[in-house]
Design a protein around this ligand. Structure first.
Ligand code: SF4
Length: 98
């Protein structure tokens, strides 16, 4: 997955606010993980969402830099908790031959 993300020339400015927003940041771990094993880890084609095991327990990590703007997460999250907003400065994949 991640080598394909690299080939898409995806880039976002490092210091911009995340364009992937959670309405309720507790839902991925509190609801989606026990009920559905947090499906965002699998449906996102760019590996943006990860559940990371910390000393305090699981943590939901968003690697927004890798997002290829397919908007699957905006539609498919079982809690409708993820909102995709337009990134700043034309960031995202760059397909030079399209
Ligand atoms: S828009 Fe697509 S690529 Fe970006 S985080 Fe959502 S599912 Fe992943």
């Amino acid at each position: 997955k991640l080598s394909s993300v690299f080939l898409s020339n995806t880039n976002h400015e490092e210091d911009q606010p995340s364009h992937l927003q959670l309405k309720d940041p507790s839902i991925p771990i509190a609801q989606n993980l026990p009920r559905f094993a947090e499906p965002a880890q699998r449906y996102c084609p760019a590996g943006v969402y990860e559940v990371v095991e910390d000393a305090e327990g699981p943590r939901f990590q968003i690697n927004a830099q890798n997002c290829v703007h397919c908007k699957t997460c905006d539609i498919k999250d079982p809690a409708q908790n993820i909102t995709w907003v337009v990134p700043e400065g034309g960031g995202g994949p760059n397909y030079p031959n399209m």
